[in-house]
Design a protein around this ligand. Structure first.
Ligand code: 13P
Length: 271
């Protein structure tokens, strides 16, 4: 049995680990906003988030809006990401975009394996793995998305699905690589539906993800990896979600499309 002293130490360590992981809130704009609209919103957002401490803020616009977004975000604490990346350096891959192209455009992070890409565009754990490796090789931060469908949750398959996605998507990565990897846990049934996972459910599931990361990379590395929650996160629930031990930020769809709601969400998350 754990002594009271040892249990206290463990709790202190968990608290320390949580504090050492900077909260990362990123907006995934999906297929929304033209370049002009992206510029306008980032200009509106800039003064509202200036000076916010202990939080990393990102926006991932569509490819065609990246240039305008990077320009608008200059000199601010907003970093710009992309929603996909291809694993090849160049070549006959119509519709795809390479790491060099993204870097040149000023991108700093890449969302990989979003459930919409898995559902509509044939993304698999294998392609997620290839994209993640290309992203890291270019010194870009990878936000690797995982999540179960409603059918999988109801069929008691959540843990198996998440473990498979983590092990497949992160296969072959080193502990050093993991310094530039963020995991986004997005239950598919919570995306754009207004149905958020309860804080307890999200925490339990993300603690499980960290356990899988511990099996794969050891406890020290697993404790440094940030795990975001995504799926109907908004200004009303961001505080209680991000307060959880294993929830280190959010990947935000709908609520990131207007400056006011996004700022309120961020402020509540770090309050
Ligand atoms: P919503 O916040 O609109 O539910 O979308 C979540 C998401 O898919 C972010 O990647």
């Amino acid at each position: 049995m754990l002594s009271v002293y040892r249990a206290g130490q463990l709790l202190l360590n968990l608290e320390k680990n949580k504090m050492s992981r900077t909260v990362f809130i990123a907006g995934n704009w999906k297929m929304n906003k033209t370049a002009a609209e992206a510029k306008a919103m980032i200009e509106e957002l800039k003064p509202l988030v200036a000076g916010l401490k202990d939080v990393e803020i990102g926006i991932a616009p569509t490819f065609t809006s990246i240039g305008a977004a990077v320009e608008a975000a200059k000199g601010s604490n907003i970093k710009i990401g992309s929603q996909n990346i291809h694993w090849a350096e160049n070549g006959a891959f119509t519709g795809e975009i390479s790491a060099d192209m993204l870097k040149e455009a000023g991108v700093q992070f890449v969302i990989i394996g979003h459930s919409e890409r898995r559902q509509y565009f044939g993304e698999t754990d294998e392609t997620v793995n290839s994209r993640t490796k290309a992203c890291l090789a270019a010194n870009l931060q990878a936000v690797v998305c995982i999540g179960e469908t409603l059918e999988e949750r109801e069929g008691d398959k959540t843990e198996t699905v998440l473990e498979t996605q983590l092990k497949g998507g992160l296969a072959g990565l080193s502990n050093e690589d993991m310094a530039d990897v963020v995991i986004a846990y997005e239950p598919v049934w919570a995306i754009g539906t207004g149905k958020t996972a309860t804080k307890e459910m999200a925490q339990d599931t993300q603690a499980f993800c960290r356990k899988v990361l511990t099996d794969m990379f050891g406890v020290e590395t697993a404790q440094t990896v940030r795990i975001q929650y995504g799926g109907s996160m908004n200004a009303g629930n961001s505080a209680e979600l991000v307060a959880q031990e294993d929830i280190d930020g959010g990947l935000i769809g709908g609520a990131s499309l207007s400056a006011d709601t996004f700022v309120e969400l961020i402020k509540n998350a770090i309050s």
